[in-house]
Write a protein that binds this ligand. Structure first.
Ligand SMILES: *Cc1c(COP(=O)(O)O)cnc(C)c1O
Length: 382
């Protein structure tokens, strides 16, 4: 039996919820299931306002519009991230100024941000890689000093926290920046196939967020009875998912605690089994910064070279195990390299070349993880 890299978890209540949505006669967006999902996040994490979207990419595009990013503006983005974190702002005409990762973690190096700020800088869009918090105290300090909007790409960060300084109350990721975006793609902890969510934490953006969400119309105001008719009042797009997708998502949210408990147990097993190999200096094991919690989105290793990493992925594949590299540094991408200012981003490139993600999904058993461990040990001949 092969062990795939990812297997979307089905809780068992999805079809019943979808059937309920279908029978309700309301298939388009912003119905009962959409509201239930949004309220779940608002209540559980204290997010000020949540709006479901058809993808995290959609939610990031909404962030770019709401932050008022336009032609010639600069946005600071980590070089080591998925395309969407940068693309959402490029579509608004912005120039992306890529920042390097930390040496000890793929997340943005908070110390690398301030030297990149210019009078044109509008926003910082950062990513909580593998669901582990960026150094939000440091990021917030720079953003406040220069009046920048902070956007969290929390695509991988559901149910994860920034613990911050000693005795500080943990803050949920997605609830710290002015705006945030989550993903419910089927590679994420919670899924409805394709889906996402915008989080608005800053009051300045709340009223406009609904308009941008509903094709630039004041439809929400109309249904509240605040205006006599609704029409075109702003820019926007059709960012809403259908009730079918929201119903599916609700069946997952109902089981969030169970999903997280099971994933974290698998992650802990990986940690224990791989510790002797990492301690032996074969590769670096995944690090969780002191100010971050782990939400078991990913288990990854960092190899010593690209050749070694690519060989390991090939070796695992030959043993029926799915493993995957991750982002190609965006400043080296075909689309953007010509516009990059030429600065070298050493740590981004190192993670781009050397990081490998191992299988992690609900239902991955201890025996499976043993097999992965043995295959990795076999590659290193230990
Ligand atoms: C998955 C992911 C996205 C894209 O999410 P979609 O829902 O597929 O649009 C964006 N950013 C990061 C960091 C991701 O991991």
């Amino acid at each position: 039996m092969s062990i795939p890299f990812n297997k979307p978890h089905i809780t068992g209540n999805e079809l019943a919820c979808v059937e309920q949505a279908v029978r309700s006669g309301k298939l388009s967006g912003n119905g009962a299931f959409t509201k239930r999902c949004q309220e779940f996040f608002e209540r559980r994490y204290g997010f000020k306002k949540c709006l479901l979207t058809a993808s995290c990419t959609d939610a990031l595009e909404m962030c770019a519009i709401l932050a008022g990013v336009g032609a010639g503006d600069e946005v600071i983005v980590p070089g080591y991230t998925f395309v969407s974190t940068a693309l959402a702002f490029v579509r608004q005409g912005a120039n992306i100024v890529f920042a390097d990762s930390r040496a000890d973690h793929p997340n943005i190096d908070a110390d690398a941000i301030e030297p990149l700020v210019t009078p044109r800088t509008r926003a910082i869009a950062l990513v909580h890689y593998a669901g582990a918090a960026c150094d939000m105290d440091a990021v917030t300090r720079v953003a406040e000093k220069h009046g920048l909007t902070v956007i969290e790409d929390a695509a991988q960060a559901v149910d994860s926290f920034h613990t911050g300084a000693a005795n500080a109350a943990p803050r949920p990721l997605g609830g710290i920046g002015h705006l945030a975006a989550f993903s419910f793609h089927d590679t994420k902890n919670i899924t409805c196939g394709e889906g996402g969510m915008l989080v608005v934490n800053d009051d300045r953006f709340i009223a406009r967020s609904e308009t941008v969400w509903e094709k630039g119309t004041n439809r929400a105001e109309f249904f509240r009875g605040n205006v006599g008719k609704y029409g075109w009042v702003d820019t926007g797009s059709s960012f809403l998912p259908s009730e079918i997708a929201a119903a599916f998502l609700w069946a997952q949210l109902e089981r969030l605690d169970d999903i997280q408990t099971v994933r974290k147990a698998a992650w802990e097993t990986y940690c224990e089994m791989f510790k002797p190999l990492a301690d032996g200096g074969l590769f670096q094991a995944q690090a969780i910064p002191a100010y971050a919690t782990n939400n078991a989105h990913t288990f990854y290793l960092v190899c010593n070279s690209q050749n070694e990493r690519d060989g390991l992925i090939e070796h695992l594949k030959n043993n029926g195990i799915g493993a995957a590299f991750h982002y190609q540094s965006l400043h080296r991408s075909d689309y953007y390299k010509g516009r990059h200012d030429g600065r070298e981003l050493k740590n981004c490139d190192m993670y781009s070349d050397c990081l490998v993600r191992l299988p992690l999904y609900y239902g991955l058993g201890k025996g499976d993880i043993e097999r992965v461990r043995d295959a990795v040990a076999g590659y290193y001949r230990v």
